[in-house]
Write a protein that binds this ligand. Sequence first.
Ligand code: XMP
Length: 537
Amino acid sequence: MRRQHSESTTPAAFTIGSVDTSTIVILDFGSQYTQLIARRIREFNVFSVVLPCTAPLDQIRALAPLGLILSGGPSSVYDADAPAADPALLTMGVPLLGICYGLQFIVHHLGGRVEPAPAREYGHAQVDIVAETPLFRGLPQTLDVWMSHGDQAKTLPDGFVLTAQTANALAGIANQARRIWAVQFHPEVAHTRQGVELLRNFVLDICGAKPDWTPEHFIHSTVDRVRAQVGSGHAICGLSGGVDSSVAAVLVARAIGDRLTCIFVNNGVLRKNEFAKVQKTMREQLGLRVVAVDASERFLAGLAGVADPEQKRKAIGNEFIAVFDDEAKKIFESAEHDGDAIAWLVQGTLYPDVIESSSVKGPSQTIKSHHNVGGLPANMKLKLIEPLRDLFKDEVRRIGRDLGMPEEILERQPFPGPGLAVRILGEVTAERVALLQEADDIVVSEIKAAGLYRKLWQSFAVLLPVKSVGVMGDQRTYAYTCCVRAVESEDGMTADWAPLPYEVLRAISGRIVSEVRGINRVVYDITSKPPGTIEWE
Ligand code: XMP
């Protein structure tokens, strides 16, 4: 009998994994740069995966890594709660590269001595290479590096030699017989000028990894795996119109065709014309099977009288799950004639979320409870397909390009799940949504006309609950204030307000006050994050 989607057992995470491609495993000791190591290696078209340093040896072995990298970290190896890996990995025979704390971990666990440095080394430094090693092959005798450490290795374990040093301290060691190399500086950060070459020497020459992890390879292997996994089952996917859910849906559709149904919900707080536009693009340009549900009235009813940001998020999140659940039931019921069809849920989870949730530091403090479209309704117990869970955002874009998806989707600025609701301060009403939609549309179109859209992380309008007096023609006005927000950012974690050209600000403000009845004043937000956040709520 067909299993109901609500009856299936524990959700099974579907990881793309790495078994058919060269893999480098990075063990994370809590450094802020760990993700950068993974990115640098992937830039060589070699697959790399970050595991918490506490990962059991069996889990590491199962990935058959060609090399291991031990990351930096903020602790001291002597701290009572210092993060530690299984020391047995030091004798696995797989080439090993220790970075910063990674070097100190190796020294400490193989019988050397680490102690506090007389002076913290932080920032730029020059390092002299003092011994020949394949790690430094082709590099100049003096390296410009980035240091960030308070401890230093004082005595080396047996069999290790010094390979590099600064004027004050040790900067590199190796035991080539045991295939262990380590550096005190950070080759993964851009400030280390020869860092990329050093990592390339390790990954391609020492570990012998093949640079075959290309978008094409990823697409083929992912499509094959999804097809095998889903079998004759059916899948659903919550579309937001953004990059991640769209690329995930297109990949899964390649594998199972129209046994994937996408659900796109109008929650009443989308941008101007977005409900129609996204449907059209998804159906006509991406060939996806889309069920579009206009639930705006339901959502707006749930938001009536709610002014608190977290309450808004909750109201939208709960309503979304209810709507999504209803639609999912209908889809799986109509698929019933297919017999033993297992129900799957496609999610556009990305690698940073995966690393974050398994990081040695634990998930970071919740500042805002983010509700993402397509978030797993906990009671649905669908099996999960997360075809992008090994990828960073820019890699997702590369895959999207290889899949022939339009730039308009791939370059879209992020848009929060609770949509315009967190950009309308105070109560969300249909009238206020309409005002903000108009103002926001002007901001985005002027930013695009000025050729700035792709350079900005986000650019949008916020409707403030502040009315002020103005004059239009001979008429006194008393209307709302709109705030324009534009920020530059790498990842949304930190952001700088963007110095938009005055002409662009003038065009935006002129158009808003003359075209949007109900707004008579425009201000520009010049707050960076931190201390501000990007959204106003
Ligand atoms: P903040 O405002 O926290 O935003 O600086 C950082 C990034 O996250 C987006 N954001 C959200 N995304 N659900 C989402 O899916 C949310 O509730 C949410 N709140 C903020 C925001 O647009 C920015 O890109």
